[in-house]
Design a protein around this ligand. Structure first.
Ligand code: PMV
Length: 355
């Protein structure tokens, strides 16, 4: 009988406070009902074999036999290699910290519904699910807080910096409020939202694949640019940042009290602040404007935002009100991949089975 571990985690949307959270201000994020699954099972040969079965539109297999790596790209090596960097680093980290995996034969398979580089937390989801699956596989303590911290460390090793939001959501699900680096889980009601992604795979393969290696560093680049501008316009930025903090606080109350018109208005103001700090490219701006024009209660960029010179790749989140269907059609015409999402879903789920 072969042991098989299945770890499943959710994607996320940042509802309020992205960027401002980097400077200690409040941010609110929620899990959404799009998931990533990592399966770990034994294989006869030693070493790891990693297969990305479905991160939208490409696949890749990689043999991580001790000291030797073999890659077999199906389509888009750059994109897949980027995704697999998180798996490889998770494996290295677990070997270093817990001494597990050395010489063992492990088959890892990833199946994902989360588009890449869209600000929906695919990197964090990959880290959390890989770490959780391998810990369960090797019988290491599966404490959720430790998994979250391990995953955040791995994310930071790969991409240089990473706030705790994404790994917290993938681990705990539901909602989290982050303030001054501290993560607090909140119990709030579900929201039905629309997410529109621009330029992510599979939408504009040409552009996305060409630029993909840079795209992995998109968040880092945008965060650096905000920092530079903040240094030039210090007092103005400080004021904007304080306003964002107040918006997030009021948004939590609005959700608690089911005041959706107010919640939408707060999203619109938050979007205005993101525009003011220069993280809204034309294509994401268009999606927000057209949502507002077609009657959405609120719309905003979610996550890092985007850069015009990187094709405006990124996502927006919309509180649709009564205007859902019309709005989705219009966003599609504007070139977005459109998803209905529900917030507040379940966090890390582990199943142990036998084949
Ligand atoms: O787009 P994402 O998922 O990489 O979100 C980045 C969120 C930022 O606040 C811009 C950065 C961070 O580390 O919190």
């Amino acid at each position: 009988m072969m042991k098989k571990i299945r770890a499943s985690v959710p994607a996320k949307v940042i509802l309020f406070g992205e960027h401002f959270v980097v400077y200690g201000k409040r941010a609110l994020a929620a899990a959404i009902n799009r998931r990533l699954v990592v399966e770990a099972s034994s294989r006869e040969r030693g070493g790891y074999h990693v297969k990305i079965a479905s991160i939208p539109t490409f696949g890749l297999e990689m043999d991580l036999v001790t000291g030797e790596e073999k890659a077999r790209p199906y389509k888009d090596y750059d994109a897949a290699a980027n995704a697999i960097a998180y798996v490889r680093e998770s494996i290295r980290y677990l070997e270093e910290k817990y001494g597990i995996g050395e010489g063992e034969g492990v088959e890892i398979e990833i199946k994902s519904e989360i588009p890449l580089s869209a600000g929906l937390g695919s990197s964090a989801a990959t880290c959390v699910a890989t770490i959780a699956a391998l810990k369960a596989y090797f019988g290491v303590n599966g404490d959720l807080d430790v998994i979250r911290e391990d995953a955040n460390r791995v994310e930071r090793r790969v991409q240089g910096a990473a706030s705790p939001i994404d790994t917290a959501i993938s681990t705990y699900g539901g909602y989290v409020l982050v303030k001054e680096g501290e993560v607090k889980r909140l119990h709030l009601a579900e929201l039905n939202l629309i997410v529109g992604c621009i330029g992510s795979i599979p939408l504009s393969m040409g552009m996305a694949t060409k630029k993909f290696s840079e795209m992995g560093l998109k968040t880092k680049k945008i965060v650096e640019q905000v920092k530079e501008r903040k240094e030039v316009f210090k007092s103005i930025y400080d004021a904007i940042f304080d306003v964002s903090d107040a918006i997030t606080a009021q948004a939590v109350t609005a959700i608690e009290e089911s005041e959706f018109v107010k919640l939408g208005a707060l999203m619109n103001i938050n979007h205005g602040l993101l525009d003011a700090i220069g993280v809204v490219p034309r294509r994401l701006s268009e999606l927000v404007k057209l949502s507002q024009e077609l009657g959405a209660l609120g719309a905003k960029v979610t996550g890092a935002g985007g850069l015009d010179e990187m094709g405006g790749v990124g996502s927006v989140v919309v509180l649709p009100g009564e205007s859902g269907e019309r709005l989705k059609g219009a966003m599609e015409i504007a070139g977005a991949l459109v998803m209905d999402v529900e917030t507040g879903g379940e966090g890390l789920k582990i199943e142990v089975g036998f084949d």
